[in-house]
Design a protein around this ligand. Structure first.
Ligand code: G6P
Length: 458
């Protein structure tokens, strides 16, 4: 088997608690197959040029981590990646802030990653690059003379051409993607959008499963929806449900139904619309007042980026206002936790709840939705209320699908979920759980790597 090298901006050494879906999925995928994982150490250095890569091995994974300078982080991570690519890919042209300095910082840091990585790559290694921070990596690696098979997977959505083309340097970004051998997306809608962009830019001659670029190179493009470690998460939830912290949490509910939401604090997650919907639900269904608790767990995220900092205040104020207006002496409608909760506790909370409320305005996949399903027991499964605009909605047919902008619709879905019969809940849950067992993170990993290993027919 060829050695696998995974490259991503975010790397986690231990089982993550507040990490996003990418780090969780990659830890699970690499833990089984083993390999090298290169990325940012999470540390900022004051030196002008960071120290050599820090190499360490834990289990089957060798980590190669690099610090980044403050300037690098400002321009590449907080700047172009999170103030241009992230909003654009989430259809938020209104939030994109272009700065030429940051764009060139983004390409510079990718070159820096490529130089450091090139010294580690051996013949036959498969290199698998992840997410929007590192799109230009393949072009830089090719420039450094690497001939290995190079794959790229985008964890976030790919927008339609009209949105994408509003971004300066869109041509460079698209061209960079053509340097890979395989480019994978979460859903076939993302693939369609990407192919639309290639067509319009004239960068690809022929479009089918395999594409020939104008430079005569073939490129495989496909949808590889990411999975989770379903069996492991299910066991974790069963164990966690009987743990002391979970028993205490259950007692504190005093028989009230629990609705749970868990998202990084991000404008793409639809948190404010969701709180509005919960408020509308308890105002309109008065008999539910005092009978239901909504727990929203929202770790801080990317706080150096102004849009995220602003949101921090908005959500805290909103939750406080609802509690102030509707809470009573012995009932707090919304429990808002603005920090991370360990993954095992989270799994137990999902299992304890009646409803998982996952309503992003736009999401590549959303692994919380999948974890919520994996955490349920057949005896008494909770109901997933899921945004139609999350990649996960393409697979999870047993969820109640909602339009995340439709506050009234979400309120209605909450009512449906809380009154659903056990039989219907079981039926919906079973089909989703079986799907997730089969399409787990290992399956995803093998599927992508099989395609990466085999050169397409010319
Ligand atoms: C999303 C992205 C990941 C990212 C994660 C957490 O899941 O797709 O690439 O790692 O969010 O965001 P952060 O900026 O903390 O790495």
């Amino acid at each position: 088997m060829n050695r696998l090298i995974v490259v991503s901006n975010r790397v986690t050494l231990a089982q993550p608690s507040s990490a996003g879906g990418l780090a969780i999925a990659l830890s699970a995928a690499l833990a089984q197959r083993g390999g090298l994982w290169m990325g940012w150490s999470g540390q900022q250095t004051d030196d002008k040029s960071p120290a050599p890569l820090a190499i360490s091995t834990v289990g089957k994974i060798t980590y190669a981590l690099t610090d980044l300078t403050q300037k690098d982080l400002e321009e590449y991570y907080q700047g172009f990646a999170n103030r241009v690519l992230w909003p654009i890919c989430h259809y938020r042209l209104d939030l994109a802030e272009y700065e030429r300095k940051e764009m060139s910082g983004y390409f510079r840091v990718n070159r820096f990653f490529a130089e450091r990585l090139a010294s580690l790559v051996q013949e036959g290694d498969l290199v698998w690059v992840h997410d929007y921070h590192l799109i230009p990596l393949a072009a830089e690696l090719r420039r450094a003379g690497l001939r290995n098979r190079l794959g790229f997977f985008l964890h976030i959505p790919w927008p339609p051409p009209d949105v994408f083309f509003a971004m300066p340097v869109h041509a460079e970004i698209l061209k960079s993607l053509c340097s890979y051998d395989v480019v994978g997306f979460q859903t076939k809608y993302d693939v369609e959008n990407f192919l639309g962009c290639l067509h319009r830019s004239g960068l690809a001659r022929h479009v089918g499963g395999i594409i020939t670029t104008t430079e005569g190179k073939s490129l495989r493009v496909g949808a590889y929806p990411i999975g989770i470690d379903t069996a492991r998460f299910s066991t974790l939830a069963a164990q966690s449900a009987t743990s002391r912290p979970l028993r205490k949490a259950a007692e504190s509910l005093r028989g009230r139904d629990l609705i749970v939401g868990a998202d990084r604090l991000d404008y793409s997650k639809g948190i404010t619309q969701r709180i509005d919907a919960f408020e509308r639900f308890i105002r309109s269904e008065k008999h539910m007042q005092g009978k239901v608790t909504y727990l929203q767990i929202t770790p801080k995220s990317r706080s150096e980026v102004p849009e995220y900092e602003a949101m921090q205040r908005v959500v805290a104020e909103q939750a406080g206002r609802v509690n102030g207006e509707l809470g009573t002496l012995d009932w707090v409608p919304i429990r808002y936790i603005n920090r991370s909760v360990p993954h095992n506790l989270l799994s137990g909370l999902y299992r304890l709840s009646k409803v998982g409320l996952v309503t992003p305005l736009r999401d590549g996949m959303n692994l919380v939705a999948k974890e919520y399903v994996a955490a349920q027991s057949e005896d008494d499964p909770g109901v997933l209320v899921l945004s139609a605009f999350a990649g996960a909605a393409r697979e999870l047919d047993g969820a109640i699908k909602v339009n995340p902008y439709d506050v009234e619709g979400i309120a209605q879905a909450l009512s449906t979920a809380l009154t659903m019969s056990l039989e219907e809940r079981r039926e919906r849950w079973r089909s989703m759980y079986d799907h997730l067992l089969e399409h787990d993170v290992q399956h995803w990993c093998e599927w992508f790597l099989d395609d990466l290993e085999v050169p397409p027919l010319q």
